[in-house]
Design a protein around this ligand. Structure first.
Ligand SMILES: [Ca+2]
Ligand SMILES: [Ca+2]
Length: 462
């Protein structure tokens, strides 16, 4: 009987502990949810129906409509909008080239951005993934430097996009819900840890294009390899597709692609580990940055299909390049046996993953594979200098609070901005997640540093 009693007590204790633990978990996740957003918002096109004749231009304004701060009547203010919108084959945005400057210039952002925002952070046009119904997409982000009391609330115009009607038909202009984000200022609780607004509703637009037109061929576009075509009532071609072919488009012939040379793979005797020596730098981190020490890197090496990951690689300070601090690191590649055609992926605790794949690399390596050669002798193994292609910073959080998600977006912006408003600081030798330039203070320069990564947005994965 006594034995049964003590068993009962033990089981009860275990149950009580389990219950307490689960209540703790629930509370924690509620806090995370509450912390994530402080108000709701709607993103919309207004009007939401457009009509145009073939060849005509029409402007499509984008708005956000903010709701009051949760649990109050106070308006929530908006200071950042990132949006991605896509459209069908009947319309397009006319730009002379796809580079960022001309996309920015041609999109009437200058005239179209309402005074609610002071800066276009980036804008980019792209072809959508195959398999979608959309012909093109535009992604951009705007932000506001206005003082808090001048930030706008309610219906706020974000931008105006000028489309050109190309061919008869109906279609939609839609928001990409996964890449549309809004952040703002919580006037009820300025110290709230997160300043994101939850987009609760997306209102898409439709268009109807009427009339018929024909197309004339202009020059050959070197970038696309297709003819540039313009609409004309008496044009030669009946459809844009027929006109914009590559057939006969006189582009300088591309040199024949060399067939890949099969380099004999050097396999290293186990026990004699290969060594990777490299120099690197980080955007924004300067010679006098006192809170940029011991940032642990994750280094992945890849060669001939073999990959290995090494954690907590710490660089030591060694000089300056273009005003940035240069670090030097050494990784003994235990277990990695490929000495040739190696690529390296480096990721810091608040950084996008960078690919380094050739000596003295000073820009993105836009190819698969790599060209690095390694030896197992630490003294003769090359010290690869990647410091002129600085690591991009800004991936500090994601859907899970303070967990990197490989992307720099509105969440990261909101995280850094909130802490910049609070002017969080730390002592030399310490580190704050939002202090991207490592000067021991979270301020406007960290937002600027993050903005350099926004357009790049995603770490390099292959
Ligand atoms: Ca992120
Ligand atoms: Ca800083």
């Amino acid at each position: 009987m006594k034995k049964n009693n003590s068993l009962f007590i033990i089981i009860s204790l275990i149950l009580i502990l389990a219950l307490a633990a689960s209540v703790g978990l629930v509370q924690k996740s509620q806090e995370l949810r509450r912390g994530a957003y402080f108000a709701g918002t709607k993103v919309l096109f207004d009007p939401k129906e457009f009509a145009a004749n073939v060849g005509q231009e029409f402007s499509v304004p984008i708005y956000v409509e903010t709701q009051p701060v949760y649990g109050s009547q106070e308006p929530s203010k908006v200071d950042f909008v990132q949006a991605r919108v896509c459209w069908g084959k009947e319309v397009r945005i006319d730009v002379p080239s796809m580079d960022e400057a001309s996309v920015k210039d041609a999109l009437v952002f200058g005239a179209g951005v309402s005074p609610a925002f002071t800066e276009v952070m980036y804008s980019r046009m792209e072809q959508p993934q195959s398999g979608t119904n959309y012909q093109g997409c535009l992604e951009f982000a705007v932000r506001s430097d206005l003082p808090k009391d001048q930030l706008k609330s309610g219906m706020v115009r974000v931008a105006m996009i000028k489309f050109k009607a190309l061919s008869a038909g109906k279609g939609s202009i839609v928001f990409d819900t996964s890449r549309t984000l809004v952040s703002g200022y919580n006037s009820v609780d300025p110290n709230n840890i997160d300043q994101s607004l939850k987009v609760e509703e997306y209102v898409n637009a439709t268009y109807t294009v009427t009339g018929q037109t024909r197309y004339n061929r202009g020059n050959c576009n070197i970038n696309t390899g297709n003819f540039v075509c313009t609409a004309a009532a008496d044009g030669t071609y009946a459809t844009l597709a027929e006109c914009e072919t590559s057939d006969g488009c006189d582009v300088a012939p591309t040199p024949p692609q060399a067939s890949p040379t099969l380099t004999p793979t050097v396999t290293v005797v186990p026990g004699n580990n290969l060594v990777l020596n490299f120099r690197y730098s980080v955007v924004g981190v300067r010679d006098d940055s006192q809170c940029a020490e011991n940032w642990p890197l994750q280094v992945i090496v890849l060669g001939s299909g073999e990959t290995k990951m090494y954690q907590n690689v710490i660089g030591t300070k060694e000089g300056v390049v273009e005003g940035r601090l240069v670090y030097r690191a050494r990784v003994v590649l235990e277990g990695f046996r490929q000495a040739n055609n190696v690529a390296v992926f480096v990721k810091g605790p608040k950084h996008l993953q960078m690919k380094y794949a050739k000596a003295d690399q000073d820009s993105a390596y836009d190819k698969a594979g790599g060209e690095l050669t390694l030896t197992s002798d630490p003294n003769t193994s090359s010290v690869y200098d990647f410091s002129r292609y600085a690591m991009l910073a800004g991936d500090v959080t994601g859907a899970t609070f303070e967990r990197q998600d490989g992307v720099v977006d509105g969440r990261d912006f909101s995280y850094v901005k909130t802490r910049a408003i609070q002017r969080l600081s730390c002592n030399p030798g310490q580190s704050l997640l939002a202090d991207l330039d490592g000067n021991c203070l979270v301020s406007g320069t960290d937002i600027t540093t993050l903005m350099l990564s926004l357009a790049e947005k995603q770490g390099q994965l292959y």
